[in-house]
Design a protein around this ligand. Structure first.
Ligand SMILES: Nc1ncnc2c1ncn2[C@@H]1O[C@H](COP(=O)(O)OP(=O)(O)O)[C@@H](O)[C@H]1O
Ligand SMILES: [Mg+2]
Length: 428
């Protein structure tokens, strides 16, 4: 009986101890294991331990701190990743990142649009996507040297004429302690506009040189003749007259070049004031009276009794309109010339037109006519004595006033050059 009792007591004791162990150690340990599993899976939410942490008090506290630290790191990492991708996507420079094997890891939005790429390029080889020997060379040199390399790419733009020019800088991704680079950073900078401007400048210098050379070589030629012995008085007179004419042409060239450069320098800063266009037109006709009479051209001015005054820089507008009348006289009909100048309000604009009955302008020349130095018939037209800069000055002046120029002409039917100036100038 007492043995049975003893056994029962022992069993009860064992059960009690086991229960106690279960409550104090096994359950908290299981809870801790659960939390560790959760952390291992990347769930770093705050750790709440409910079981009695008698034996695991410190461990539980440490675990909570680890979870909090991991959660903070995760947030920081996500923030960094977000701002990095924001920076890359909002950059105007194209960015491509590859591995050392030149397999693409990242292409930003600007690079995609520069190269007209669609879909994802990640995992593809650099030259498969960009198909440029120059680019491949720059990339390979950067990986090979572990440094920075630069090159320039030029390619046709699909869907529109012209070429796109990109400067590419390739930098190996490598810390000083690394022997080989881990990858490559390629940055593309669009220099198309810059290259276009350089080409315009080169062409301009070549044109100016050409324009100056002709009168100068004529003057030099006649100076040599005059230096010879026994030149007749008649020849002297003729030579001086020719040299004077070419000297005047050089003067006109310099004046026109200065006007163009001043207009470009000043940009839109015009000194405007309410101006009476009717008065300007009458002045322009009066200034060119000599040429009108010499060529026997009949000039008529048509305009309503009242014209609204417009806010322009009078001196510049007069310069533009005088160029258009001079052209109508110079390039119009050689005999029996008629020029009609009209001014009237048309919608929001004041329209001023110069209509002549000259030879007209072939269609293929019309789109280039307002370019500097462009003349119909190329070199032959130089004989008329102009500089080839007049219409470019006209366009410059009118567009600076917020207006526009237009041309209607067909060969054999004369030409009409129109200027539209806004009646109301918008406040800057
Ligand atoms: N009214 C016109 N009729 C025919 N051709 C014209 C007329 N106005 C201009 N052109 C053509 O446009 C060219 C450019 O004109 P412009 O720039 O004023 O230069 P320029 O008068 O000095 O030759 C002229 O050389 C001429 O060939
Ligand atoms: Mg002219």
């Amino acid at each position: 009986m007492s043995a049975t009792l003893g056994l029962a007591v022992t069993a009860a004791l064992v059960c009690g101890v086991a229960g106690l162990l279960l409550i104090l150690a096994v359950l908290p340990a299981m809870e801790l294991c659960g939390v560790i599993r959760r952390l291992a899976k990347g769930d770093y939410r705050p750790v709440m331990l409910n079981g009695s942490p008698l034996f695991f008090c410190d461990t539980a506290v440490n675990l909570r701190q680890i979870a909090e630290m991991l959660e903070r790191q995760k947030t920081l990492l996500a923030e960094e990743e977000f701002s990095l991708s924001m920076i890359l996507e909002s950059m105007t420079e194209g960015v491509v990142i590859t591995g050392a094997d030149l397999k693409i890891r990242l292409v930003n939005k600007a690079a995609s649009s520069m190269f007209h790429l669609q879909g994802t390029q990640e995992g593809l080889l650099l030259h498969e996507v960009f198909m440029s020997h120059e680019l491949l060379g720059v990339a390979q040199r950067a990986v090979g040297t572990g440094g920075v390399q630069q090159g320039e790419l030029a390619f046709g733009i699909p869907g529109r004429g012209g070429r796109c020019h990109l400067v590419v800088t390739a930098a190996a991704l490598k810390t000083p302690t690394m022997e080989l680079p881990d990858g490559l950073l390629l940055v593309f900078y669009d220099v198309t506009r810059l290259r276009e401007l350089e080409a315009v400048r080169r062409e301009f210098v070549a044109n100016v040189t050409h324009e100056f050379r002709t009168p100068l070589s004529v003057i030099n030629g006649y100076l040599e003749t005059l230096g010879e012995k026994g030149v007749s008085r008649e020849m002297q007179r003729k030579s001086i007259a020719i040299m004077q004419r070419h000297g005047e042409r050089l003067n006109r060239l310099i004046d026109d070049l200065l006007t163009i450069s001043r207009m470009e320098e000043r940009g839109l800063r015009l000194e405007t004031a309410p101006t009476d266009i009717a008065r300007i037109l009458r002045d322009v006709i009066q200034q060119l009276e000599g040429q009108i009479a010499d060529r026997g051209v009949a000039v008529t001015l048509e305009m309503p009794r009242e014209l609204p005054s417009i806010d322009v820089e009078g001196y510049r507008i007069e310069q533009a309109l005088s160029n258009l009348l001079a052209n109508a006289l110079r390039h119009g009909a050689p005999t029996g010339g008629k020029v009609t100048i009209s001014a009237m309000q048309e919608g929001p604009d004041l329209a001023i037109r110069f209509r002549d009955n000259g030879p007209g302008i072939p269609l293929q020349d019309q789109q280039h006519l307002f370019d500097r130095f462009y003349r119909v018939g190329g070199d032959r037209a130089r004989q008329t004595g102009g500089t080839g800069l007049g219409l470019s000055i006209v366009k410059n002046i009118i567009t600076a006033h917020g207006g526009r120029v237009a041309l209607e002409s067909s060969p054999g039917e004369g030409s009409t050059f129109s200027v539209f100036l806004p009646l109301i100038t918008l406040q800057e």
